[in-house]
Every structure is written in C-alpha cells, then in structure tokens.
Design a protein around this ligand. Structure first.
Ligand code: C5P
Length: 283
C-alpha cells in the first residue's frame, strides 16, 4: 500500500518574538498561512525495520538530518513499530528558505504514517508528536490560516484569509533559523501588530491585512543579506500590495489581489532572481 500526502509551504504574514525563554527557545506570536507550492510525500511499508528516504532533490540529506526521517523514527519508537517505511520526497519547496519545507515534510510524514500504520491518532496528537521534531511542525500538521504562539506548538485556526496571489522570491543564500535567533537584540526591533493581523483576517479585510504584515526577524536577516530589501522594493514598485520576508528568511513574498498585478511582479522579479514562483494562498 502507498500513502500520498501533500506538504505545502507556509508563509508568515506576521512574526513577533516576545522574549527569550529559559529553555533557550523564543516565545513567539505569529500568523501563518499555506500556499500552493508543495512537496509530495509517498509512504510505502517495508517488511524490514528500517527507514529509507528517496528524493528527487540531490542536496537533501537522506539520514537523521532529514526532518521526514526524524518524524518516522519518532513515530516508530513511540509506538514500537517493528516494520519499516520507504519515504519518497518529491521536492518543490526551496530548502533553508523560511517556507517550512522540512517541517512540512515532517508533518506530512506523521499524518501519513498515522494512516499507514492505523494508529488512529487525532490531528492534535499528531501535532503534539510533531513539536518534538521542530517548532513549525505542529502548525504544518494542521495547515490553514492560524495564530501560532508559544514555541510554535499552540495553533489556533482563525478562519480563511481572503484568497490572493503570492509571488515568492528565494535569493540564492540559505539561512539557518538558529543563527538568526541567536543574534536577535530586543533593543533595536519594532514589533509587528500580530493582533491587528488576526483581526484583519477575521474581518476578511484584505486591504487591512496588507497594512499589517510584519516580521521582527527581517531586520536581522536583511543586515546579513541586503538583497532582501532590494527585492522588497522591486516587488512594491511592480505593484505588489505588500512585501515581506517569511520566517527567518531569506524568501520574500509579495501579496497581490489581482492576477495581472501578480504576473507583473513575477515577470519583474524573474529577471532579477532565478528562483521566483507565482502561487495562490490555500483555503
Ligand atoms: O525548532 P526548530 O529546530 O525548527 O528551531 C530551529 C532553531 O530556531 C532552534 O534551535 C532555536 O535556536 C530557534 N528557535 C527559537 N525559538 C523558537 C523556534 C526556534 O529560538 N520558538
């Protein structure tokens, strides 16, 4: 039997960091949503006790550094599963990009193994397991548009956001989330209005939403990669309604309610960067 799960990318419409916690993690308040750029995860039972990762992407690690591998190992150990699984990852989401590609693969693996091995876990139980793999995994288990807080494990759906077009630009550099958090200084940062973003989404007010986008980590990543600022400026010049870095970066997204505008932003950026995607928000 083969199980297929879709693993969509996420963007952060708002990302606030409240303080550094005693466990070393940061207390966050975020609004996340998914876009229709997705990896495809195929899971097949193996009679032997092993986890085999196959991928279409040559640079993805196939061992315990891979989030899907970690997810499978966790579920096997937690439920004492003695058979194995082959996980094929068809990779579409850029890596180390701020789009939660690895976390979404882990979340899809957990959801899929719950089905493959008839574990009958609720989505909440799957998300709780996911928090052991990574901070963004609980959100990725649920997907949709959500207010996410704590370390990332508190996920509250806030209803569908107004659908729009999203242009994603991934600069050539990769960014490590841990290194961005490690140099964050709370003296120099302006906090985004996450509550305002939640209210705008609940009111289905697209114009307000575009005013409320904000990411506290942008300042840190832009200081290292000034090209991000130039991409944002170009997106706005070509007619984007809003432009913001996602997660710890370096991917920048533009929001457009009109397809013609999104196409203009896409074409304008295509000449400037080689990894550019035109996608839509998912319900
Ligand atoms: O949980 P995950 O492994 O995805 O996090 C990567 C790194 O990002 C952590 O090691 C930590 O340095 C940082 N982080 C944080 N606070 C969070 C989430 C992540 O400091 N809430």
């Amino acid at each position: 039997m083969e199980i297929i799960e879709k693993a969509p990318a996420k963007i952060n419409l708002s990302l606030d960091v409240l303080y550094k916690r005693e466990d070393g993690f940061h207390e966050l308040e975020m609004v996340m949503t998914t876009v229709d750029l997705a990896d495809r995860i195929a899971l097949k039972s193996l009679p032997e006790d092993q986890i085999v990762i196959r991928t279409t992407n040559g640079v993805l690690p196939l061992d315990r550094r891979n989030h899907a591998f970690q997810a499978a190992k966790l579920i096997k150990e937690t439920f004492a599963i003695e058979t194995g699984v082959e996980i094929t990852i068809e990779k579409k989401i850029p890596i180390a990009a701020g789009l939660a590609g690895g976390s979404s693969d882990a979340a899809a693996t957990l959801r899929g193994l719950n089905r493959l091995w008839d574990l009958n876990l609720t989505l909440e139980e799957v998300a709780e397991l996911g928090s052991k793999v990574g901070s963004d995994v609980p959100y990725c288990v649920h997907g949709g548009t959500a207010f996410v807080s704590g370390r990332g494990e508190k996920v509250e759906p806030i209803g569908e956001m107004p659908q729009c077009w999203v242009v994603l630009v991934k600069p050539r550099v990769g960014v490590s989330t841990g290194s961005v958090f490690s140099v964050l200084s709370f003296d120099t940062v302006t906090h985004p209005d996450t509550a305002g973003m939640v209210a705008a989404i609940k009111a289905k007010d697209y114009a307000k939403m575009t005013q409320k986008v904000g990411n506290l980590l942008e300042e840190v990543t832009i200081a290292r990669h000034p090209d991000i600022e130039r991409v944002k400026e170009k997106m706005l010049k070509f007619g984007a309604d809003a432009a913001l870095m996602s997660g710890s970066g370096p991917t920048i997204f533009a929001l457009c309610d009109k397809y013609s505008r999104a196409q203009r932003v896409y074409n304008g950026l295509k000449g400037f960067c080689d990894e550019v995607y035109l996608v839509r928000t998912l319900k």
